[in-house]
Design a protein around this ligand. Structure first.
Ligand code: GUN
Length: 293
């Protein structure tokens, strides 16, 4: 069993991005600029956005954090997006999700100029991704592809089971793994909370991408020997042991599943560290106008 170390890979990519930014600046080019919009004070969102801003600094990007209180109106938020769309200094921006219930997330996502949509959530980016055109691929799926690539994991002709059908992970992951490409060329099965033969599907899988959002859902008796397991779960379970008061728990029962795996990502330290780096890479692409002009 080999652990897929997202911390090591993300550190490598971070250094690669920082070096490219250094060269761009040395040649008199524009510093890539990421803006993040944060609504309210959700603990998880605060942590993620702070981490995104910090990583921007570390790779040499400019970053802007725009904050609104929980009671911001949808119209105010849409006006902010319009300003960011027009701001020529801003290469890419994100609106951290989830948003308060009185705001339509879909409306917000569709208001973002797809050329600045470094989260890859706009229907134009999702559509282009699904037919294999250049686009911003959302951070978690892009991070997973990068891990498979850097560990040179064979995917062609393999049976890949994706657990979960979210718009952010499950659906794009399934599209990407079936793409005529590497990583890709898989036979893909998507299982979700209503699937009836989920265990049988998992037992026949060569690659399992667990993004179902149920802590320790995938058990040892659900996987075959030699399987590759990618754990996307990030449930915060209360803990009396850790300083933060919670323990990040994946969708995989690691002690049971890992002895059967050829490769597995741990939680934390697997997919997690890759997601922010994928956002940084998309921002670099946006800064260089390498996907859209
Ligand atoms: N909330 C959880 N993950 C994400 C993400 O990748 N982007 C944004 N904008 N919000 C999120």
């Amino acid at each position: 069993m080999q652990l897929i170390d997202g911390k090591v890979v993300s550190a490598q990519i971070k250094a690669e991005i920082a070096e490219e930014v250094r060269l761009i600046k040395a040649a008199g080019g524009k510093t890539p600029h990421l803006a993040a919009v944060l609504v309210g004070h959700d603990g998880g969102s605060e942590t993620y956005v702070a981490s995104k801003v910090r990583t921007c600094e570390e790779v040499g990007f400019k970053s802007s954090l725009i904050r609104y209180e929980e009671d911001v109106t949808e119209a105010e938020l849409l006006a902010c997006i319009e300003r960011l769309n027009k701001d020529e200094d801003v290469d890419g921006f994100i609106v951290q999700l989830p948003l308060p219930k009185h705001i339509s997330e879909q409306k917000v996502i569709e208001a973002i100029d797809y050329r600045k949509d470094v989260d890859g959530f706009h229907p134009i980016n999702v559509g282009r991704m699904s037919i294999g055109l250049p686009c911003f691929v959302s951070a978690t799926p892009a991070g997973i592809l990068e891990l498979l690539k850097r560990y040179e994991i064979e995917t062609k002709g393999k049976h890949c089971v994706v657990l979960g059908r979210s718009n952010i992970v499950g659906k794009p992951m399934a599209m990407l793994m079936m793409q005529k490409a590497y990583p890709g060329d898989c036979t893909v099965t998507v299982c979700h909370s209503r699937s009836q033969n989920l265990k049988e599907m998992c037992l026949s899988a060569d690659i399992i991408i667990a993004a179902i959002g149920v802590p320790e859902f995938l058990k040892g008796d659900m996987v075959k020997e030699g399987v590759v397991v990618i754990d996307v779960g990030t449930t915060r379970l209360p803990s009396s042991v850790t300083k933060s008061g919670f323990k990040l728990t994946g969708d995989v029962k690691f002690d049971e599943v890992s002895p059967k795996c050829s490769y597995i990502t741990p939680v934390p330290g697997g997919v997690g560290p890759m997601t922010i780096i994928s956002l940084m890479r998309n921002t670099l692409f946006a800064g260089k106008r390498s996907i859209y002009n």
